[in-house]
Design a protein around this ligand. Structure first.
Ligand SMILES: [Mn+2]
Length: 441
């Protein structure tokens, strides 16, 4: 049975196409530099938003019309696998991602949950034999069930720590079985609500113990995917320990975990932390820790995580600029951790949304590639920091200067002359490159 009978395979028709169910800029075969768009962008569909999310919010019930809603429990889980692979094929998307609870319902016992998972993983494995779509990453949901009310690895209750460990152990076995390229840790409830009842030191130590155990178990079973930490400052927990890249990096370094992890950076989590998306990508990149991306966008008028499909071309361009400078994402990809709005409830909206996101990142890729090729910002930055390539600047960089020497130098300086940062001129150049790519029709 077809779950999206009115949708044909989405083809690349070019920027002049009027067909809403076609790619205007994402052409998987097209080469940008030395790689194809498909190789650069490594798009992934998020199972939770696309096949589980029902459009409910704190004030209203679900709105989504979804053909698999006619079934319940395991039948619905099986229907979702069928629907998922139909959508993957029609979008020609190379990857997907899931949490354990997205693919199979939890049973009354952990054992029953495992059985449900095994049944669905068998089915996914069968589909993956003939599908080109691979698993970018999977993860364990350690935040929805009431047992995780006080956290998982940072819970005050050791039984919860053990239960969470069992779920991650199973998750790693599934990752190994399905050939996942990465495994993600997002600690939605790993944080605190009030310090009045919290042993922060023990919670952080326990989180590190938990992650070390995961590293050990992956090694034991021969899972060689990349481990990823996904920073987020808040929501659902008031203060989350993996606040942003810089905070989580300090945590990893403190506990000797930095060689085993990279970051999965989400645009909307960056903005919730008071940063831009490109700031978080840059911090990860310059430390060699950029692993993967949850591609979405927030709404600056709202203070929460809206997980919108990315359509802001400045954001996709500046993100791709960091990703290209990083030499790509390696095993990572651009996962659409994004959901259609509550009012976009028809099944075909899932296709419009993914097309919007894929085309937006394709434009971002092309613009970023040209900006780098033409050394638009690189040349300016090189010139701006030229004082560190000669004279006293060079001595500072090479470690040949100390405070005595710098004081001696400063005392004989006349008027210090700075140069303009030319921000507005550079933004105009960015606009020009964006317009050039979009107008190439
Ligand atoms: Mn989010």
């Amino acid at each position: 049975m077809a779950y999206f009978p009115n949708i044909e395979t989405i083809a690349y028709e070019g920027p002049t196409s009027k067909n809403p169910l076609a790619f205007k800029f994402y052409n998987p075969e097209e080469k940008v530099g030395d790689k194809t768009m498909e190789e650069h962008l490594r798009f992934s569909v998020a199972y939770w938003h696309t096949f589980v999310g029902d459009g409910s919010d704190q004030f209203g019930v679900g709105t989504m019309i979804r053909p698999w809603k006619q079934y319940s429990e395991m039948d619905s889980a099986k229907a979702r696998v069928e629907a998922a692979f139909e959508l993957f094929e029609k979008l020609n998307v190379p990857f997907f991602c899931f949490h354990d609870v997205d693919i199979a319902p939890e049973g009354d016992t952990l054992k029953e949950t495992y059985q449900n998972l095994d049944t669905i993983v068998d089915m996914i494995e069968e589909y993956m034999k003939t599908s080109k779509t691979k698993l970018l990453w999977n993860t364990a949901n350690l935040f929805t069930h009431p047992r995780f009310v006080h956290g998982a690895a940072t819970s005050c209750n050791a039984d919860v720590f053990a239960y969470a460990a069992a779920k991650v152990k199973k998750g790693l076995e599934i990752a190994k079985r399905l050939g996942a390229e990465n495994y993600v840790f997002w600690g939605g409830r790993e944080g605190y609500e009030t310090l009045l009842n919290t042993d922060m030191k023990l919670e952080l130590d326990n989180l590190a113990r938990f992650l070390h155990m995961a590293v050990d178990y992956a090694k034991e079973i021969g899972f060689d995917g990349q481990f990823l930490i996904e920073p987020k400052p808040k929501e659902p927990t008031k203060h989350q320990y993996d606040f942003d890249v810089a905070t989580a990096l300090a945590f990893l370094q403190t506990y000797g975990l930095q060689d085993h992890f990279k970051f999965n950076i989400e645009a909307n989590h960056a903005t919730l932390a008071g940063h831009t998306f490109e700031h978080e990508l840059r911090v990860a990149r310059i430390h060699g820790m950029l692993g993967s991306v949850d591609a979405n966008q927030g709404d600056t008028l709202l203070g929460w995580d809206t997980d919108e499909f990315p359509t802001d071309l400045y954001s996709t361009t500046l993100a791709m600029y960091e990703i290209l400078q990083n030499g790509g994402l390696g095993k990572g990809g651009l996962n659409f951790d994004a959901k259609v709005r509550r009012g976009s409830f028809e099944p075909e909206d899932l296709f419009y949304a993914h097309i919007a996101g894929m085309d937006s990142f394709a434009i971002g890729l092309k613009v970023a590639h040209r900006l780098i090729e033409d050394r638009v910002f690189d040349a300016f930055i090189e010139e701006r920091y030229k004082s560190y390539t000669e004279g006293i600047g060079r001595e500072i960089v090479e470690g040949a200067a100390d405070f005595h020497k710098l004081e001696e130098y400063a005392l004989q300086l006349g008027d210090i002359r700075n140069q303009s940062g030319r921000q507005e001129r550079l933004k105009t150049l960015l606009n020009q490159y964006l317009l050039d790519v979009c107008a190439a029709r």
